[in-house]
Design a protein around this ligand. Structure first.
Ligand SMILES: NC(=O)c1ccc[n+]([C@@H]2O[C@H](COP(=O)([O-])OP(=O)(O)OC[C@H]3O[C@@H](n4cnc5c(N)ncnc54)[C@H](OP(=O)(O)O)[C@@H]3O)[C@@H](O)[C@H]2O)c1
Length: 237
């Protein structure tokens, strides 16, 4: 970790958008703590790697207690999902999805702000344009991502007086491991769109996250920023 560099805490950092965010921030000179789970991160990930199960509030408390420095930025990219036919979603799995996709961000923020000298100034949460577009079989995932949208605005209101911005980034299809959630119905929707919206490299969305993490985004909070390659625009009649 680079001494004196601004610090960021990035979850879901072993793969996909989280890993791309780590690389983008590190390239910009940030010192990054990468929160990973079961997937091994790339050996050359430019970050201090901390394994944590974000479904476990106790593990989140331990993670934050063990941080050597107070992060200025939190990017919560970790997410889980389960695919199930309508009415067959299980409450146990939905609770686990909610714990990681939604509740973990609140726990992380709460513990970070409870430290003696909190440095937190930016929170970036990750929603999903795709969750609202062709999410057949993914109602549980869509429910968690809708919850994240409400959470982002509520957190922005709560943390604004403390000088902390909170924003939501809604990616479209990304070329990441999570992409396997795409259903036949989604592909059919995409094929009907006025222009094709192929899966994008996650670095394109990481660039927006890095902007929100920086000083230039000081006046942006409670915002929902689409980074969906035109997915929603192409679906508008
Ligand atoms: N890919 C897309 O097309 C797309 C579209 C819209 C939005 N998004 C959003 O973008 C974000 C990143 O997804 P991605 O595409 O980069 O997928 P990804 O590569 O699968 O990343 C998700 C990460 O979350 C981690 N995670 C899952 N359960 C966890 C737990 N209990 N504790 C800690 N970490 C856990 C996973 O680690 P393990 O594998 O080790 O469990 C994984 O590294 C997510 O919020 C997703 O909803 C993705």
């Amino acid at each position: 970790m680079t001494r004196g560099a601004p610090t960021a805490l990035v979850t879901g950092a072993a793969s996909g958008l989280g890993a791309a965010t780590v690389v983008t921030l590190a390239d910009l000179g940030w010192a990054v703590t990468a929160v990973v789970h079961e997937t091994a991160p790339p050996a050359d990930l430019p970050a201090e790697v901390v394994p944590t199960d974000l479904a476990d509030p106790g593990a989140i408390a331990e993670l934050v207690a063990g941080l050597a420095e107070d992060p200025r930025v939190l990017v919560h990219s970790a997410a889980r999902f389960h695919r199930a036919p309508l009415g067959r979603e299980t409450s146990t799995r939905l609770q686990q999805d909610l714990a990681v996709n939604v509740l973990a961000a609140g726990h992380l923020v709460g513990h970070l702000l409870a430290r003696p000298a909190p440095a937190l100034r930016r929170v970036v949460l990750i929603g999903s344009a795709g969750a609202f577009h062709g999410a057949t079989g993914l109602t549980a995932y869509a429910a968690t991502k809708t919850a994240v949208a409400g959470q982002a605005v509520a957190l922005a209101r709560e943390l604004g007086p403390r000088g902390i911005t909170v924003n939501l980034v809604d990616p479209g299809p990304l070329d990441t491991p999570l992409a396997e959630v795409r259903t036949a119905a989604w592909r059919a929707d995409a094929a009907r769109a006025p222009w094709p919206v192929p899966a994008a490299p996650p670095a394109r969305v990481a660039a927006l996250i890095a902007f929100l993490a920086g000083d230039g985004a000081a006046n942006t909070t409670g915002a929902v920023l689409g980074a969906d390659g035109g997915l929603l625009a192409s679906a508008t009649p």
